[in-house]
Design a protein around this ligand. Structure first.
Ligand code: SAM
Ligand code: SF4
Length: 353
């Protein structure tokens, strides 16, 4: 467990983190629109073992380790978030499973008072070995990214990935009880917007899984590609219905960005994440922590509050808590994609999706 005063060495030399209080009370936090902030997504690293074409360029350079939050720094910020009413945490990246010490980190996050739910979004490549230890450490669920069931296309879209590894990972996750399994597919025009969508949707007929089709979002360097090749929610749904018949609406909590439907008689569900054409900002209680320690207030906007610099400069628990609370209060209502404005300062792997 982390001690009350964490004094450790990183590549800058000695860094002192202000003492943690012996305990903390939990107070709910709301933004200026009255949305309750209860969900934190943490990018554990910007690095990845794949290079998906819609996410990053193949020659992507990553941040030096010293720029990223150490485990101690991340756990300190997680505790502050929990004290502000965050109950749900999703670990993402880059690829979260490549972070050294991931199992212990999950154990510490899951043990944080107030944190009720820890999930992960992963490409699944390393889940074969990690699913069980992660589940034992307190991970509840995984979303695995898989854009096609065609092995050759999968290799092309991820540039470096092999479909068999992901399949092994999905099955290991299911055996480890990381349920319900959710599969994420980003739909790219002329690439996986035809038979691939049908094959993925078919998986829900006999598996109690949720397959979620995601509209591709524009970011930073690859925004031209992303904008040219986006397939809208309406198109995706029409394509699925042309094959399977009308989809039934499944129950919807207005919090999850995925709108759930069911193929008639299917065990699982289909979801559509329509961030570009039909945003779901009214129910959004999410904030994000980038791997370099910035509180990012909306996935699709550049607004961020630096927490790591003050943390390393010795800011107190109360000062950091005030920074996080004020940042969350100023969470923007939503993005401005329809006005042609999109986030430019980071690629998707640096934010975490
Ligand atoms: N590496 C992990 C993975 O691929 O699941 C976690 C990080 S990844 C950035 C999180 C999610 O964002 C994945 O489901 C991925 O497919 C999705 N994603 C990446 N780039 C995207 C984009 N431009 N638009 C929409 N979703 C994107
Ligand atoms: Fe890596 Fe995930 Fe981005 Fe693909 S989508 S390159 S797996 S971070």
């Amino acid at each position: 467990m982390i001690s009350n005063v964490s004094l450790y060495t990183n590549s800058h030399g000695k860094v002192t983190i202000a003492p943690l209080p012996a305990g903390f009370t939990i107070e709910p936090t709301y933004d200026s629109y009255g949305r309750r902030i209860n969900y934190l997504r943490i990018s554990l690293t910007d690095a990845c073992n794949l290079r998906c074409v819609y996410c990053m360029p193949e020659d992507m350079t990553f941040r030096h380790r010293s720029e990223l939050m150490s485990d101690e720094e991340m756990l300190y910020l997680v505790k502050i978030a929990a004290s502000l009413g965050v109950t749900k945490i999703r670990l993402t990246g880059g690829e979260p499973t490549i972070r050294p010490g991931i199992v212990e980190l999950v154990r510490e996050i899951a043990a944080t008072p107030g944190v009720k739910d820890v999930a992960m979004t992963t490409n699944g490549i390393l889940l074969d070995k990690l699913a069980r230890p992660l589940a034992e450490a307190g991970l509840k669920r995984v979303n695995v990214s898989i854009d096609t069931l065609d092995a050759e296309k999968f290799h092309r879209i991820t540039r470096w990935g092999y479909l068999d590894d992901v399949w092994r990972g999905i099955h290991a996750a299911e055996e480890a009880g990381l349920a319900p399994i959710k599969l994420n597919a980003v739909v790219v025009r002329h690439f996986n917007d035809g038979q691939d969508m049908i094959d993925l949707a078919q998986l829900t007929v006999e598996n109690d899984w949720e397959v979620r089709f995601i509209e591709m979002m524009p970011f930073g360097e690859v925004s031209d590609f992303q904008q040219t090749n986006v397939v809208t929610y309406a198109e995706m749904k029409a394509r699925i219905e042309a094959h399977f018949g009308p989809l039934e609406e499944a129950s919807y909590d207005y919090v999850d960005p995925s709108r759930p439907f069911r193929i008639q008689g299917a065990m699982g569900t289909l979801g559509f994440i329509s961030s570009v054409t039909e945003p779901f900002c009214q129910g959004c209680g999410r904030v994000r922590l980038t791997a370099d320690g910035k509180l990012r207030l909306c996935l699709l906007r550049d607004d961020e509050v630096d927490l790591l610099t003050p943390l390393r400069a010795g800011a107190s628990w109360d000062e950091l808590r005030a920074l996080m609370r004020d940042g969350a209060y100023h969470k923007p209502w939503g993005h401005e994609l329809s006005a042609g404005k999109f986030a430019e300062n980071r690629a998707m792997n640096q934010i975490g999706g």
